[in-house]
Design a protein around this ligand. Sequence first.
Ligand code: IMP
Ligand code: MG
Length: 184
Amino acid sequence: MLPGWGMAAPADSRQVRAVVLDEATIAARVGALGREITAAFPDGELLVLGLLKGSFIFLGDLVRRIERPLQVDFLVAASYGGAMVSSGEVRLVYAPETELRDRHVLLVEDIIDSGRTVNRIVRVLRERGMRSLNLCTLLHKHVAAGLELEPAFVGFDAPASFLVGYGLDHAEEFRNLPYIASLT
Ligand code: IMP
Ligand code: MG
């Protein structure tokens, strides 16, 4: 088990069960990911494409740890609704207006569960003639079979529980928790 996992929930947390990744643990790993990404893209134009809403805090912290020129845009995909299991329906609500052609594109996800979201987005993006497409996810549940694209950069392997905080929600709540906690 990684350091920072499995501590008791702090008193200010609402109905979260336990903190699974505290702020310091997340910050250290995001810094390391920034260094990995910096080294992986020595040249060319880099577009960091955040999948909203879940990736917004992770992306904000991550891009400040990538030490090379880059651009930022977002995609919005809606899934799950208020449920804690994937409905399998993924809708693209906003597609990036930035030109993707001839750019290195780094798609940033909060968490990969069934893989349906990533698979749908990757299929859409591949039609845009990018120089390269890579995936960075903060959390990976390792339950998805047959991902269209394996993530090149993974923050943490995630437990099977439903996680909230640091951008991740349940029914739009909890995104502002500075740590990641389990609800189930
Ligand atoms: P997938 O399509 O099943 O891989 O689910 C990916 C999306 O579902 C993520 O972008 C999240 O928005 C959401 N999701 C999956 N697992 C969790 C979780 O444990 N907590 C919060 N959101 C989750
Ligand atoms: Mg969500």
